[in-house]
Design a protein around this ligand. Structure first.
Ligand SMILES: Cc1ncc(COP(=O)(O)O)c(C=O)c1O
Ligand SMILES: [Zn+2]
Length: 406
């Protein structure tokens, strides 16, 4: 393994590779530091091409050993062109990264696989998290696959589909009276009392690294060429920031021909602390979420300021999408590509359209849009598309009356 230590993103203090949620000196977030000279030898296009078709092909830039038996390994999801959607929104070269193809239909399987591996290395037998929905399912499924216990904390009023999809894997599911930020605070407090692996608290440094694999995959799947733009949803900001970090690592390894991609972040208007901070050039201020995009409804985003810096440093932007456009964008994505993404995908498409309208993304740019979750878990916003025509089981009547009526 090439991870050497956990390094504080703020003050640079080095810590051992343990279950540490934050820097003991300044409470800053911790990122694994790697022996890049060693990685340089093994992390090459030729070697990677022979690796497993999952996140574990990138194990040299992950802070855990690849598992001997990678059960239900996430990653290496399809990257597909979307020419009709491109045309509809004024682009020529648009691609969709289908993280709906992961075992629990969201990108969260990536970070959870890494955190779970660390939990096993540390001998912890319970996986836990606070979640806006998808993470609960990913933790519950990973625990089921590995024979671990799971205890997940979610807001009680989440989409029923998401809660039911997580419950099926048999976790202890705690429906918290409050929104995500209450769940988060509760899990932070509990992490000091219980010997559990809270994937997004004491295992957060390992967990967040899993999201870098999206950056590696996009570049590898484009034949080791970088796209001009990547459109990414933002809740805590970890995914957005880690895609930026993954791209920087590739650059320092000399991998990926082409421009340094501009990262376009997406939030919904009803919960847009990061978009507001970007727009107003101020630190992130917590908000009370009230959004249809429940998976992105984090009012106090842990990596919000880092996401803002990433957007600025890459020459990107962060846009907030009106609530009533989320369902329309989900439907547009579905009917022009055959891909049914969740509310987060509707938000991401909305932000990309806003960036095109603002001239931040040009017609000829090569753009990748991350579809991070599955529409089957968030059916409400597209219920307006369900307007079936009632008919009799009668071919003549169908041909003469129904079709003729148009
Ligand atoms: C489908 C989906 N996309 C994107 C995100 C945003 O992830 P992050 O919290 O890392 O910003 C989430 C978070 O729950 C999610 O469920
Ligand atoms: Zn520090």
């Amino acid at each position: 393994m090439s991870a050497l230590s956990l390094s504080c993103r703020v003050c640079g203090t080095e810590h051992p590779l343990e279950a540490l949620g934050s820097c003991s000196r300044c409470f800053g977030p911790l990122d694994p530091a790697y022996d890049l000279e060693r990685v340089r030898v093994s992390f090459t296009p030729e070697r990677l091409a022979g690796g497993p078709p999952s996140i574990w092909r990138y194990a040299d830039l992950l802070p855990v050993e690849a598992p001997d038996e990678p059960r239900l390994a996430p990653g290496y999801t399809p990257l597909v062109p979307a020419p009709r959607l491109a045309k509809a929104i004024g682009l020529r070269d648009l691609w969709l990264k289908l993280d709906t193809a992961n075992p629990t239909h969201s990108f969260k399987d990536r970070p959870v696989a890494v955190a779970a591996r660390k939990a096993q290395e540390l001998g912890l037998d319970t996986l836990s998290c606070s979640s806006t929905g998808n993470l609960a399912g990913a933790v519950a499924a990973r625990a089921a696959a590995e024979g671990l216990e799971a205890a997940v904390f979610v807001p009680a009023d989440l989409e029923h589909e998401k809660l039911a999809a997580a419950a099926a894997y048999g976790p202890r599911l705690y429906a918290v009276d409050g929104h995500y930020d209450h769940c988060s605070r509760l899990s932070v407090e509990l992490s000091f009392e219980l010997p559990w692996g809270f994937v997004n608290v004491n295992l957060r440094s390992y967990y967040a690294e899993g999201s870098k694999t999206l950056a590696y995959e996009v570049v590898e799947q484009l034949g080791w060429r970088t796209p001009d733009v990547i459109a990414i949803p933002i809740a805590s900001g970890a995914l957005f920031h880690k895609v930026g970090q993954g791209l920087s690592e590739l650059r320092s390894l000399g991998l990926g021909e082409g421009p340094a991609p501009r990262l376009v972040g997406a939030q919904a208007e009803g919960c847009q602390p990061v978009a507001t901070a970007f727009r107003e050039q101020k630190p992130v201020q917590p908000v009370r979420p009230d959004s249809i995009a429940r998976s992105l409804a984090i009012g106090s985003p842990a990596d919000g300021d880092f996401a803002v810096s990433t957007a600025r440093e890459t020459g990107g932007a962060i846009h907030a999408v009106p609530e009533d456009e989320v369902g329309e964008n989900m439907a547009l994505l579905a009917r022009t590509t055959g891909v049914f993404g969740e509310t987060a995908a509707g938000v991401t498409l909305g932000a990309l359209r806003a960036a095109v309208a603002a001239g931040e993304v040009a017609r000829d740019d090569r753009v990748v849009l991350l579809v991070t979750g599955d529409g089957l878990k968030t059916l409400g916003p597209v219920s307006f598309t369900y307007v079936p025509t009632p008919i009799a089981a009668d071919a003549d009547a169908f041909l003469d009356d129904v079709l003729a009526a148009g």
